[in-house]
Design a protein around this ligand. Structure first.
Ligand SMILES: [Fe+2]
Ligand SMILES: [Fe+2]
Length: 200
């Protein structure tokens, strides 16, 4: 099939639009988390936003042969900024990631396979897997935020202050970092967060 007449051409533009919007929504959410003093949550949103930008670029590059054209698409995209509370933003993010991971990108991958566009099919399928990990990460944080457990644990835990690197061991993050005096919102569980702990 000619790429010009394919559904894949439109799906790539839909995916590009969706990734651009996800990235932008996550920067809004990061600002909301920062305002709430939740610096770890802010960092997770920013880290994920950067990855969405990379997804956008991958999809965009697959449209290179359409240079100079406008591609008309329809699509449904979420409005969710009715409540700027971090736990709601995290749940919405989880929901949207899972929609991409379970429904949207697998279906785009299938269409691309059927139409004979292997590179696009592989990219949709691999990015679907990434969105699954994004959804899992947002979901875990959402649950902790909802249960008021962002800074407490059932067991002794290694916590790190994102500002100065102070390490605390215990069931609860300090209310204020004893070294740099930054608020509790700077503390993060080190376990499970290793890739994100270095300062961005
Ligand atoms: Fe993405
Ligand atoms: Fe994602």
């Amino acid at each position: 099939m000619e790429f010009r007449e394919s559904k894949t051409r439109e799906n790539l533009m839909r995916a590009f639009a969706g990734e651009c919007q996800a990235r932008t929504r996550y920067t809004f959410a990061a600002s909301a988390a920062r305002s709430a003093g939740l610096h770890w949550v802010e960092r997770v949103f920013r880290f994920t936003a950067d990855q969405e930008k990379e997804h956008a670029e991958l999809f965009y590059k697959l449209l290179a042969q359409c240079e100079g054209e406008n591609i008309h698409i329809d699509g449904a995209y979420p409005v969710e900024n009715t409540a700027w509370t971090p736990d709601r933003l995290l749940r919405s993010a989880q929901h949207n990631e899972y929609e991409e991971a379970h429904t949207v990108y697998p279906s785009f991958a299938q269409t691309a396979r059927t139409e004979g566009f292997a590179a696009a099919a592989a990219t949709f399928a691999m990015i679907a897997e990434i969105e699954q990990t994004h959804g899992d990460r947002f979901g875990q944080l959402a649950q902790r935020a909802e249960e008021n457990r962002l800074f407490t644990s059932d067991q002794d835990t290694v916590w790190m202050c994102l500002n100065c690197g102070h390490v605390h061991y215990g069931r609860q993050a300090p209310g204020v970092c004893p070294v740099c005096k930054h608020v509790q919102g700077y503390f993060v569980r080190v376990e499970g967060s290793e890739i994100l702990v270095p300062r961005m």
